[in-house]
Each structure stands twice: as C-alpha cells, then as structure tokens.
Design a protein around this ligand. Structure first.
Ligand code: ADP
Ligand code: MG
Length: 264
C-alpha cells in the first residue's frame, strides 16, 4: 500500500481580524476553504496559484507555524500541532532565513547543534549536505560572500542536514535570475531523486510548475481558495520545455490559473 506523507481533510483558515483585539465584531473572510489532498511519500508535489490565494498560508499550516481554523492536517499519519524535524522548510528570502554571523558550514549544522549533536557526529552530516548542494568549496564563507543561488543552497542544505522526510519550499527561486533558477530547479530534482524525500513546492510561475511537478495542484483565487484541480504529469526528468506535451500542459495550467478551468 502506498504510504501517505501529507493528508489534508476539509482544511480551512481564517485570520483573526486585527480589530478583534478591541472586541469589535467584524468577520474576516476564509482565506482557505475545504482543502482536501493526499500526497504520497516521495512525491514531488507543486502548489500553483496566483499571488494572495493562500499558498504560503497552507504551507505554514502544514509546517506547523500557523494554526488552522478547521479540518485535519496529518503528516506521516499524525495530526500537526507544531513544527517538527520531519518537515524542513525553505523560504523565498534566504537573507531572512540564514544567519549572517555564521559561516556556510555553521549555518548548515545549526539545527543539529541545537539538538546537541556532537561536533564529531555533526561534521560528516554537514559535509554530505554541502556536497549534495555543491557548496563543499564554500564551507568557510559568510553569507555576504555568497550569490542569491548559493544562499538558497545553504537553506536547502540546512534543511537536508536535519534529514526531514518532507521538504517544503515556498517560492524558493523567485528572486533568482532565469539561468540560476533553471540550474537550481535541476539541482532540486537531482536532490529529490537521490534522497527520495517528499517535496512540496510552491510557485506562482506556470512554467516552473510544469518543469518540476509530478503532480500540480492549482489553487482558485482568494478569498475562499480551494484546490481547483490536481494534475498528474507523467513525464520523465529533465523535461523538454520545447515539446508539444509541455506546451499542452502549460496551456491547461494557464486555463485553470486564469479563469479556474477550461472555457466551455
Ligand atoms: N498574518 C496575516 N494576517 C491577516 N491576513 C493574512 C496574513 N497573512 C496572509 N494574509 C492574507 O491571506 C491571503 C493569502 O496570503 P498568502 O498565504 O500569503 O498567499 P500566497 O502565498 O498565495 O501569495 C492574502 O489575502 C493575505 O493578505
Ligand atoms: Mg506566498
């Protein structure tokens, strides 16, 4: 039987209105409404949706950073109530996520150090993680000496060092130039294939979703966003972006992205 990594049942989210602090009765809309999804272990799953539709909100609920309003969120069969070492998170803004006063190596080993893993046991894990993202030559550098792509590699290596079963990435390559972005996408596919981790990747970029996703869940517009459709993409990697299959997929994604489905 296929193991399920992430299971979402009727998940909804409403942010508390700021005015509730003053006990006035205003109701804020549901950002997410009735989200249902099952992500099998080892799948590369993409959330695609327009800006503001609630992708980060849902990721943060799955990561355990945010409380949900309703429904159930199960990770490896257990209800999510807080962040856990089974989930590693990579954010778009590397500068806010990595420590400027620590070297690359120290950043990558930080989580393990916090768990009191000894220097001796930490070293090989950090080395392996740096190798996986191609940063072994830069272990002693500080973040200010790194390019945007390299900083994202540090974040990815840091997540992997903790050996989570799920890697959650929120628009991680959004701030990179097109060429670096493609390199990073290829590296992420490589890491996924080498480690077998479940990957949950958020983007608002249709081409990126088509290039990466084994399954692509498209979100409807906010408020009350839900998953309009989940599209399986049964094509090998690396994908040919100039093929007619890719063109067809991008067209379909476009239709759901713009108007919520094919125009009849
Ligand atoms: N902390 C917050 N408090 C109130 N509303 C929020 C908060 N964070 C996000 N929102 C609102 O929730 C909606 C979804 O936001 P978000 O999850 O960031 O979307 P996305 O990641 O798809 O761009 C937006 O309308 C946004 O304004
Ligand atoms: Mg977001």
């Amino acid at each position: 039987m296929t193991k399920i990594s992430i299971e979402l049942k009727h998940v909804s989210k409403r942010y508390q209105p700021a005015s509730s602090l003053f006990k006035r009765k205003t109701s804020s809309p549901l950002v997410l409404k009735d989200i249902n999804l099952m992500i099998p272990t080892g799948e590369f799953h993409v959330f695609l949706g327009q800006s503001g539709c609630g992708k980060s909100t849902l990721l943060n609920i799955i990561a355990g950073f945010l409380p949900k309003t309703g429904g159930e969120v199960l990770v490896n069969g257990s209800e999510v109530t807080e962040p856990g070492s089974d989930r590693g998170v990579v954010f778009q803004n590397a500068d806010a996520a990595i420590f400027p006063w620590l070297t690359v190596e120290e950043n990558v080993g930080y989580g393990l150090k916090m768990q009191h893993v000894s220097d001796k046991d930490r070293k090989p894990v950090v080395e392996r993680s740096l190798n996986l993202v191609g940063l072994e030559e830069h272990a002693d550098k500080y973040p200010y000496e790194l390019s945007g792509g390299m900083k994202q590699r540090v974040q990815i290596a840091r997540s992997i060092a903790n050996d989570p079963s799920i890697l959650i990435l929120d628009e991680p390559f959004g701030a990179l130039d097109a060429q670096t972005r493609r390199t990073m996408q290829n590296e992420l596919i490589d890491i996924w294939q080498k480690t077998g981790k479940t990957i949950l990747f958020v983007t608002h970029d249709i081409q990126e979703a088509a290039y990466l996703g084994q399954k692509i869940s498209i979100f409807s517009r906010s408020p009350e966003s839900h998953i309009a459709i989940t599209i399986p993409v049964d094509r090998p990697y690396p994908r040919n972006v100039y093929s007619s299959e890719n063109e067809q997929l991008v067209n379909t994604l476009n239709q759901y992205f713009e108007v919520g489905g094919p125009v009849k």
